[in-house]
Ligand binder design. Structure first.
Ligand code: SIN
Length: 326
């Protein structure tokens, strides 16, 4: 396993910090208010003020976006991928840190890993308290993310929060308030950052990008998520099919069904999903369960997304429809 000691080399290297907004860049009217703030107000250069870079590392800040991550868009993902590729190609750049809201961090991380699978680290970090808080958590998270980005042997897209490193594949936000809101589920964390040292307990993510995007990249294919639940109905899916049959310009091309348990669907929704598939919509089932994966059966009439959560399955399907799956 790479870099068990976590020690940094003493050659001068750069870590690039890309800002996208989020609570980490949020401001509230009162320091004691940790929830009534506006996200995405403080610039990324300001977030770095007072953060001591590890020895031999210089920092460079760049603002790519300034949004509350609930409003994250595909265009920002593309811009981030392009800026990461630009910086990572430079020999003296050890890695990239991305400051991001926690709400869709797992989606951005999964997108970037899918299209880049970088050989250097791309580290998403965040905060649960705004920058104006009495005791903000952002500065330590940014410091830890910079340490990971500067660590020799680190690679792939990961998330760092509350001293814990998660892979893009496994990370999932599981708590709306506490300072350690992420889990890697069954897989467990990739490692930890402790007093400026990285302690990996699993291998860094490797491999190749799962898709090759065709250039130029236009509007992303529309992929919707519909949840199966007690009393679920197929009406929403049928409406999407009708829209498509009427030739709507942004008609749905893909449908992710957030399925119960091992990929099961309410019978009414399942019937509508079959009609959608017959109408040419690509349908994928992803389990609503936080852990585990769908175990496929020979009788399955609808594809499954394995262990991907519904939001990650949606990205995977968008990329499949957009590009060339490896
Ligand atoms: C956001 O995701 O941008 C707001 C919430 C957060 O960062 O915790």
């Amino acid at each position: 396993m790479a870099n068990q000691s976590g020690s940094l080399t003493d050659t001068l290297r750069r870590v690039i910090v890309l800002g996208t907004g989020g609570t980490i860049a949020g401001r509230a009217a009162r320091p004691g208010d940790n929830i009534g703030y506006s996200a995405a107000e403080v610039g990324v250069a300001e977030l770095l003020a007072g953060i001591d870079a590890p020895a031999g590392v210089t920092l460079h800040a760049e603002q790519v976006a300034q949004v509350d991550s609930k409003d994250m868009e595909f265009t920002i993902w593309l811009a981030l991928a392009l800026r990461c590729e630009h910086w990572l190609a430079m020999d003296d750049v050890a890695g990239v840190v991305i400051t991001h809201g926690t709400d869709t961090l797992e989606e951005t991380a999964f997108f970037l890993q899918s299209v880049m699978a970088p050989g250097k680290p791309v580290v998403l970090t965040c905060a649960m308290r705004p920058a104006s808080a009495l005791s903000p958590d952002g500065p330590q998270n940014v410091r830890d993310a910079i340490v990971v980005a500067a660590t020799p042997g680190a690679r792939g897209v990961v998330a760092v929060c509350a001293g814990t490193i998660h892979t893009a594949l496994d990370v999932r936000k599981v708590h709306p308030y506490r300072l350690d809101p992420f889990s890697s589920g069954d897989a467990g964390a990739l490692g930890y950052v402790e007093e400026g040292l990285v302690r990996p307990v699993r291998d860094w993510p490797g491999g190749e990008p799962t898709v090759v995007l065709k250039s130029p990249i236009g509007a992303p294919p529309r992929v919707e998520i519909v949840t199966s639940h007690a009393g679920a109905r197929g009406a929403v899916v049928d409406a999407l099919v009708r829209e498509r049959q009427a030739g709507a310009p942004d008609a749905v091309q893909g449908l992710v069904l957030a399925a119960t348990g091992n990929g099961t669907l309410h019978h009414d929704l399942e019937a509508a999903a079959m009609r959608a598939q017959e109408a040419g919509i690509v349908v994928l089932r992803a389990t609503r369960c936080g852990d585990g994966r769908i175990l496929p059966k020979p009788s399955d009439a609808l594809r499954d997304a394995g262990g991907l959560s519904p939001v990650k399955a949606r990205i995977s399907l968008m990329l499949e429809l957009l590009g060339t799956v490896r």
